[in-house]
Design a protein around this ligand. Sequence first.
Ligand code: UD1
Length: 431
Amino acid sequence: MEKYAIIGGHPLHGEVEIGGAKNAALAILAAAVMTDDPVTIENVPDVMDTNVLLQAMERIGVKIERPERHTVKMDSSDIYDCIIKDEYMKKIRASYYMVGALLGKYKRAEVPLPGGCNIGIRAIDQHIKGFKALGAKVSVSHGSIVAEAKELRGTHIFMDKVSVGATINIMMAATMATGKTIIENVAKEPHVVDLANFLNSMGANIKGAGTDVIRIKGVERLHSTVYTIIPDQIEAGTFMMAAAATRGDITVRNVIPKHLECITAKLQEIGCRIYEYDDAVRIVAKDPLSSTQVKTLPYPGFPTDMQPQMTVVLGLAQGTSIVTESIFDNRFKYADELVRMGAQVKVESNTAIITGVERYSGATISAPDLRAGAALALAAMAAEGETLIEDIHYIERGYEDFDTKLRGLGAKISKVKTERDLTKFRFQIAN
Ligand code: UD1
């Protein structure tokens, strides 16, 4: 199994290009099956999650071409099955987007129950509630969700909980329903808006994405489109945190600065200097960092997907910080690993109390999930000495070329498989 070997203690400097948003791509690729016309999607990140979804779609008859690494051309005119059998799909959370997409178009879907990161109970009751409200029969059997309807009819749905996934899934299912659907208390994340824009570019009639209420007038058919996915808010935020953790100076390019405001505000508050440009943000972290309080919230609040990276930074800030996780119930599993690197973090229920230390020190640790894995890599780059990170397949689920991009910023990081690779890496760094 490959690991990251990292020799820390070097501030990261330079510019890094941010890729397309993984979470937007997952929703948009799924939604693309809703038209029989060819669709071209640009800025698709080449990461495991999107690739698994594309493979599963190929197995139900979607023709997929990848003329360039980040461009996907899809032709869904020959779909011959609404049953996704691919067990691998359980590994990605967004497998359930195929329910909304297939149900919306073909009025039937059977998809293995979602997996994804192990960060707590991830219920799907709001998705099911939405599908049922639109007129579908939904059951869960043999580890799969089965949804079918004679007809989907527009309706008024009030979400009990703000859920990104349920908002996206219901939006897809309602796009080709008869009549009007109003969904209240929806998620406002940038990728919810991106999906609505994508569906509208195929002829859907969706209004209000990005606010608390989405209004959809069902259309009979969707048509061909060429669409470019938004930049990844979380990838950008992760590199911003890398600058903060290593006391570096990084410019993240190809971003939408507005999407990063919830992150820049916190970094400014703890003493980083931020410079915003049209499509780039520069973060300079030369001054000592100070403590703060952070609570994860739905957008535009501080993203839960940035919580571990923020905790890593606060572990190096003067004073005591408090991080409260309000979205998922098991998202501090990485704290033990961070403590092994010398951090002072105490977790009580959904709160982490962090007393800043001067430095982390290298250790052998493992990535417990995608974002925490990336956060631990940041800790390793800030740490004195060598860190080995195991289970990096979690990180590769959502970060394209993570180690290459970090090396471009001056990080001493390498993917190693064998003892020989590790010795070679050490030799190269020493010389
Ligand atoms: C999406 C993101 C994930 C991010 C999360 C929150 C994708 C592929 N994943 O996950 O990276 O961390 O949003 O920003 O886009 N809930 C219910 N019932 C439901 C659905 C959700 O109780 O039917 C709960 C969840 O258990 C969780 C909270 O609502 O506590 C938020 O979950 P949700 O917004 O649905 O997250 P995901 O869409 O799974």
